[in-house]
Design a protein around this ligand. Sequence first.
Ligand code: LLP
Length: 404
Amino acid sequence: MTYKNKHFYIENISVEKLSKKFGTPAYIYSYGNLKNNIENFKRYFKTFEPIICFSVKSNSNLKLLSIIGRFGLGADVVSKGELLKALKAKIKPEKIVFSGVGKTVEELRFAINKKIFLINAESENEIIEIEKIAKKNNKKINIGIRLNPDTDAKTLKEISTGKEENKFGLTKKKFLYLIKKYKNSNFINITCLSVHIGSQITNHIPYKRMLDVINKTINEAKYKFSYIDLGGGMGIQYKKNSNKLNYKKYSSLIKSFLKKNDVKIIFEPGRSIIGNVGYLLSKIIYIKQTKKRNFIILDSAMNDMMRPALYKAEHMILPSRLSKAKIKKKHEFVGPICETTDKFLSTIKYQKLNQNDVVIICDVGAYGMVLSSNYNLRAKPPEILVNKNLSKIITKRQKLTSII
Ligand code: LLP
């Protein structure tokens, strides 16, 4: 994904060509990036061969899920909808993990009927419901219990999940009580301890603290788990030169953990697999100049990509064609929605832009399309997959007629 002759290319196709062919706004995914990410992820942790379950909440496109499945990954789902989608993408039930604080009894029943690999329970009430279903069906059901390790993930507070004040998982005390309560149950088989401390983690230290708490908990529980599900959270670089997770260090922390504990590791990565795979192409509708800033009004908005409005997340915005002319003035890239937070990025300078130019909002593969909505009654953009010289629509642009 580079500039060739000043034109931005996704694989072997220029963005200008893609935007003419498919219109804007449009999500474009690179097959090559996806393949690299999966291969790299496997390589980082190859010494202990973890079970890798892709976190479907980060991107639930059917075609992408089936590619991910074909690369050997399972799925981490959080709703019946995601479970159905993973199955439809031909991901085998024995490779699917179900997480989430509020699975309904109907969802639990459905997941149990489908014989999925693991249900990670997050409350005593949930385990009681699973036990009822198990008794009714006269089966023993494998579950994991999610521990809240009270560990600061050192990421945005909106995407931190491992502190005691967060709704996720159970405190160590409650966790130990549940192990005691269910260890001899005829209907519940606790096979896994699961955690997930947050997302977009770019430092290995929070993971070290998390592993220390898990280790302590296992020792106190005096219980043999078959699996430890470490969740996802591995951060990516949204900005050049920003912090990068050191996978080598994270992997060696896990290796020393495994010296003390004979278990199989499960991961639930989302962003690290799909984040840098996606681009959102947008066209400049108008440029409005004020004394202090230029508003670059795009045809994409917070309904298409919500992360900046929701978390003040910053995504790089690149021009589709480079020019030498620079303007030293604040540029604010905004969408047409009637909300002040409908703003993608502010810069201190930018190259000269013109009406109808196409720009690329980068790294939107994770939590991009899945968070899109029809706010302001705007139709959702299409999704396109690019592989070398080929480009293919994998989700059609929504028709206004279907939402009106
Ligand atoms: N496992 C569990 C239990 C999770 O809650 C999550 C994400 C993941 C795995 C995958 O985490 P990842 O590897 O993608 O960091 N919408 C926010 C992110 C929310 C993450 C929610 N949980 C964003 O756009 O940054």
